[in-house]
Design a protein around this ligand. Structure first.
Ligand code: ATP
Length: 155
């Protein structure tokens, strides 16, 4: 499976489904030369979709979203979806993967959703033997979500 194709699919899906009037600027740095990965394509698109949707949801139209992929030397490809949006406090970086966890509590939120998305992403990524984690320099300083996916043996 080619990661670049999945990124393109997820990107067009995010653009079509977004209810925001204007999305942040989205840049992809994913080469077609990367090794093929061993994963179910629909699941990979699902994970990318979720991370892209969130990045766009929590970043203003003036901000930026970047998608990158690189080999990480462990027979894994590491995909990063980074945004310049509202960020996540250090003590919440793991909690965002809990089921139904939403930063501002469901009653106060204006951005919709159920809080299940990242929990599902973690299940999918774990099933193919990868890892998913979040990094952020803190409030209003953007967020980077990283996940790994095994490189196919046929490369
Ligand atoms: P759903 O996935 O059901 O649409 P959701 O987006 O609220 O709802 P998750 O995707 O699981 O649920 O995300 C959980 C919480 O993590 C979000 O509500 C938000 O508080 C925080 N979060 C996720 N992605 C980002 C991001 N890129 N920047 C800042 N906060 C984020």
């Amino acid at each position: 499976l080619q990661v670049q194709e999945c990124v393109d699919l997820a990107l067009s899906s995010t653009r079509v489904r977004s209810t925001k009037e204007e999305l942040p600027q989205i840049t992809t740095k994913v080469s077609a030369e990367l090794p093929l990965v061993q994963a179910d394509g629909e699941w990979l698109v699902e994970v990318l979709n979720k991370l892209l949707d969130n990045a766009c949801k929590f970043t203003s139209p003036q901000g930026e979203v970047t998608i990158q992929a690189k080999t990480n030397g462990n027979q894994m490809l590491e995909v990063t979806v980074a945004d310049t949006g509202r960020g996540i406090e250090p003590n919440r970086l793991e909690r965002v993967f809990d089921r139904f966890y939403q930063e501002e509590g469901a009653l106060r939120r204006t951005t919709g959703g159920t809080g299940l998305g990242l929990a599902i992403c973690r299940q999918i990524v774990t099933a193919w033997g990868g890892q998913i984690w979040a990094e952020s320099a803190g409030k209003d300083r953007g967020t980077q979500f990283h996940f790994t996916v095994p490189i196919a043996e046929s490369n």
